[in-house]
Design a protein around this ligand. Structure first.
Ligand SMILES: *Cc1c(COP(=O)(O)O)cnc(C)c1O
Length: 479
């Protein structure tokens, strides 16, 4: 459990969560997880980020991944008993194919942290395995049920389905655009035939699916009656689970490169992963994390933000790293809150302005932003070249998202500053681009090959809200 000072006002000192827009009373961790998006439209954040002293940090050296996860998470959670939290963490990472959970490899002077050893071969498993088990624990305790509803362009849907498959009190409904997700992604989702999993392919785009989901969530009567739950990347539990591997990386890298602050290169879409790095940077002793290098594809709003303070929407350009084809990064508001001196009124005003005009001028904050972040863009050609180069020189195959990060890291590489690149997906998930880059086919992992022969189950529907509602109505779990 989080160490609480022995005396003093407990309510003041325990870990509480607030909204970036200031419209809710402080709540404990478990309520924040169940709330997802704050009820005032903002995002939830810990009232204060716990700080880790050097002595504690050094004691963490040598902990296993689950042990470290407990140490980090328990500083943000004080309303789940220690034994339960340890159990949730142990079960969440027992599904990974290596005890190291997030192994590091070393190529071309870079530290590459492989975050794709979970059941769906992308880094989203690290958070969604945990979130699924937290939901299960809380629903059991509250004797309640949940119907999860989400739209996916590929990776989130499969990771969420694997996070809750077979769970007693949860049904999950995932919408994906028919024919617009990769074959592997489609198979990963639809071959999970547990009775609580409902895949819906819609005749339309990801945006159509997302709009339907949003509209259903906005019907608060339906949302309450059906106990609808969300799994998107704004859930604080997802960010928290991702803080762990930044700490794990720093501890491992500092064994090889003593007393040097580490840079992280992070392939970025919704700003969730890199924001977890920002939390880790605040939490760890000064000089543990140097800079967070924000790596984007052609959808470069965040790069423009870091370079010029220009946070303005453009239209979404499809690329070979589809999980990063995002303009409006749903976690950005969390960073904005810190940028605006943790003043919720300013954050609310800025977000309302952004929602109205599609842009924010942050040029006055450029220096402040650049103290924590650097940014770089990788073109489609850069991605293919980077994959080809790593294959030729190191016999190591990168997925296109990871290649965006590696390309940007190589541009920023400096003598004496370690860089850790987050490898966010297994290349087998994006085989077509990879084969195009390396000029031949490559061996797919057994778990992907096995998918092809599995039975699959999926409903096909028009992008019609009423049809989807009727379907949920019929198949929702009731308490
Ligand atoms: C989701 C995803 C990303 C982007 O992560 P964000 O947290 O949205 O910034 C990058 N790579 C892969 C493979 C992903 O699935």
């Amino acid at each position: 459990m989080a160490r609480r000072p022995k005396s003093g006002n407990r309510r003041e000192l325990s870990m509480q969560y607030i909204s970036t827009r200031g419209g809710i009373d402080p709540i404990p961790f478990t309520e924040a997880v169940m709330m997802g998006l704050a009820t005032d439209g903002g995002l939830l954040l810990p009232r204060a980020i716990p700080r880790i002293g050097t002595t504690t940090y050094e004691e963490w050296q040598g902990l296993s991944y689950p042990e470290l996860a407990f140490e980090v998470m328990s500083r943000f959670i004080d309303d789940i008993p220690e034994a339960e939290l340890r159990n949730i963490i142990a079960r969440s990472y027992a599904t990974f194919d290596t005890d190291q959970i997030a192994p590091l490899v070393h190529k071309e002077g870079l530290h590459i942290m492989e975050l794709f050893h979970g059941p769906t071969l992308a880094f989203k498993d690290i958070a969604l395995q945990f979130l699924g088990n937290v939901f299960e624990y809380l629903l059991e305790k509250q004797d309640s049920v949940m119907n999860i509803l989400g739209a996916t362009s590929g990776d989130t849907g499969s990771a969420a389905i694997y996070g809750v498959r077979g769970k007693e009190r949860i049904n999950i409904f995932i919408l994906h655009p028919e024919g617009r997700v990769s074959q592997v992604q489609q198979k990963q989702m639809t071959t999970v035939t547990d009775a609580n999993v409902f895949n819906i392919a819609i005749r339309g785009t990801f945006d159509d699916g997302q709009a339907i989901v949003k509209s259903i969530f906005n019907d608060l009567g339906f949302k309450d009656a059906k106990h609808l739950g969300a799994i998107n990347s704004i859930n604080w539990a997802r960010v928290l689970a991702q803080v762990v591997y930044y700490v794990y990386a720093c501890l491992h890298i500092s064994k090889h490169e003593k007393d040097k602050a580490t840079n992280f290169a992070v392939p970025t879409g919704n700003f969730g992963d890199i924001f977890a790095g920002y939390i880790a940077k605040q939490m760890l002793p000064e000089g543990s994390i140097h800079k967070l290098l924000l790596a984007t594809n052609a959808n470069d709003i965040l790069t423009r933000m870091v370079h010029d303070g220009d946070y303005s929407l453009a239209s979404v350009i499809p690329t070979s790293s589809p999980s990063m084809d995002i303009q409006s990064a749903s976690n950005f508001e969390r960073y904005l809150y810190y940028l605006l001196d943790e003043e919720p009124a300013r954050c609310k005003q800025a977000m309302e302005q952004f929602e109205e005009n599609g842009k924010l001028d942050l040029s006055d904050f450029k220096n402040q932003i650049q103290r924590s972040f650097a940014a770089e863009v990788a073109t489609e050609e850069d991605v293919l070249n980077t994959i080809a180069h790593f294959h030729k020189e190191h016999g190591y195959i990168l997925d296109p998202h990871t290649a965006v990060g590696i390309h940007c890291a190589l541009k920023h590489q400096k003598e004496g500053v370690p860089i850790c690149c987050l490898a966010t997906a297994h290349p087998g998930k994006f085989g077509e681009t990879v084969e195009m880059a390396i000029g031949k086919s490559f061996e797919l992992p057994g778990s992907i090959r096995a998918l092809l022969d599995k039975e699959s189950r999926c409903e096909l529907m028009d992008a019609d809200e009423q049809q989807i509602r009727d379907f949920i109505q019929k198949h929702a779990r009731h308490s």
